[in-house]
Design a protein around this ligand. Structure first.
Ligand SMILES: [Zn+2]
Length: 162
């Protein structure tokens, strides 16, 4: 009797866990889709093409990891689409925290043209953001393409920490 009851209970619990996992999976996929929409909506046709070309011709797992590294003192220059992909992948954590994301043309150009100096290993954001909307931007951007706010190293944190 007890054994039967336990088996029933186990069955119910397993069903419930499967439901919870399916729900989590669905929410995860919805969030991923919303992220992709936000990114693609901000990309110009030209930058979207660079990204698509890179994905079609390269092995993103290998190539984009080399995007911003220096070998023998020489910055490795990867295709523009690889740089964009590395930046976009890095923005998911912003999106998951509820922060705005954008690869507006001015941002995309800054990412593509970003040059590492010897000894640097950072991505071009280097802690730079908008003091008003907290958009993460490359260090060379001084005015936010989303809201017009001033951008700089930890600008949001400096403005809002007082
Ligand atoms: Zn802003």
């Amino acid at each position: 009797m007890i054994k039967q009851r336990l088996l029933r209970l186990e069955k119910t619990a397993k069903k419930r866990i499967a439901e919870i996992n399916a729900d989590k999976q669905r929410k995860f996929e919805e969030q991923g889709n919303a992220f992709k929409r936000a990114i693609f909506d901000s990309l110009s046709d030209e930058h979207l093409r660079l990204l698509r070309d890179f994905l079609a011709e390269s092995n993103p797992a290998v190539d984009q990891s080399l995007t911003y590294t220096v070998r023998d003192g020489i910055p490795i220059d990867v295709k523009p689409g690889g740089k964009l992909l590395a930046w976009i992948n890095d923005r998911y954590k912003d999106f998951a925290e509820g922060l705005p994301v954008s690869v507006a043309p001015v941002i995309a150009e800054a990412i593509i043209n970003f040059k590492l100096e010897e000894g640097q290993y950072d991505l071009p954001d280097n802690g730079s953001n908008c003091e008003d909307c907290q958009l993460t931007v490359p260090i060379s951007i001084t005015e936010c393409p989303l809201c017009g706010g001033r951008c700089g190293y930890r600008a949001y944190q400096f403005k809002h920490s007082k």
